[in-house]
Design a protein around this ligand. Structure first.
Ligand code: IPE
Ligand code: IPE
Ligand code: MG
Length: 255
């Protein structure tokens, strides 16, 4: 559903946090009879455009799924190529990110990433640490079950050390133990390339997220596709388990 024009959309209809599963680079390359890395290279242009446009639209959090734990099982040349691209992305984008107030953040098992890539990421993390206008989180070597498992182990250790009471564990305790501790949950999840699945991404955090699937392959994803996703989101009624009548009444009571 389309709710109108992005430039006239009221502020409160915008998602605060957009998460994207960037998928379809391989198929985009195959359509052009090129190798998969050709697709990933073009995917970087789509990343740049999405980051710019989210910043222009004052979206405060953008989270991009760039490399899953499962992606480690891909052919070594593809994996190595992806890390090369990522390293060059964080190096070449540093200035633009900083000039535009975008803080880089990374979630995932970063200790598994090649050292030179990690160093390049760390440098950009440090150099953008004071930026306040948008948080760009890249999920790298990321698996949501892995994240939850890590959090459970951490909480179990604290219970054992008697610094945490097992009965006092609530949803907030878990939120705070995840790698996304200081972020709001995503309001909108976009998946490109027409796949209707989550692929081990933010399983806990997506509990009430609106999902938008587009057939567009990631390298072709443009600001027009982003606008379409946001307008689709703006036309949804988020009920969080309540009835439609309760939601409408709540909106009226708020003014
Ligand atoms: C998404 O594109 C990028 C990564 C997972 C790193 P794919 O490489 O999964 O592309 P398809 O799904 O094979 O087309
Ligand atoms: C999901 O894409 C992971 C990323 C976008 C990084 P995949 O292409 O790896 O997911 P599946 O294999 O189709 O579920
Ligand atoms: Mg894929």
């Amino acid at each position: 559903m389309n709710a109108g024009n992005i430039d006239t959309l009221p502020r409160e209809r915008f998602p605060r946090h957009i998460a994207i599963i960037m998928d379809g680079n391989g198929r985009w390359a195959a359509e052009r009879r090129r190798n998969r890395l050709f697709g990933h290279r073009h995917g970087i242009n789509a990343v740049r455009e999405a980051v710019r446009e989210c910043r222009r639209l004052n979206i405060s959090h953008l989270t991009l799924y760039a490399f899953s734990m499962e992606n480690w099982k891909r052919p070594p040349t593809e994996v190595a190529g992806l890390w090369r691209l990522l390293k060059s992305y964080v190096q070449t984008e540093l200035k633009e990110l900083r000039d535009n107030g975008v803080r880089l953040n990374v979630i995932g098992r970063v200790e598994l990433i090649p050292k030179d890539v990690r160093d390049a990421i760390d440098y950009t993390l440090r150099e953008t640490a004071a930026c306040r206008d948008m948080v760009l989180t890249i999920a790298l070597s990321y698996g949501s079950r892995d994240e939850i498992l890590t959090a459970v182990r951490d909480l179990a250790r604290r219970v054992k050390a008697e610094s945490l009471d097992a009965d006092a564990i609530d949803e907030q305790t878990i939120d705070r133990a995840l790698w996304t501790a200081d972020m709001p949950d995503p309001d909108l999840l976009i998946r490109t390339s027409g796949e209707f699945r989550i692929s081990n991404f933010l399983l806990w955090q997506l509990a009430y997220t609106e999902i938008h699937v587009t057939p567009t392959l990631w390298p072709d994803f443009s600001k027009k596709d982003l606008h379409a996703a946001i307008l689709d989101f703006a036309g949804r009624e988020r009920r969080f388990g309540l009835t439609g009548e309760q939601i409408k009444k709540g909106m009226k009571d708020e003014g």
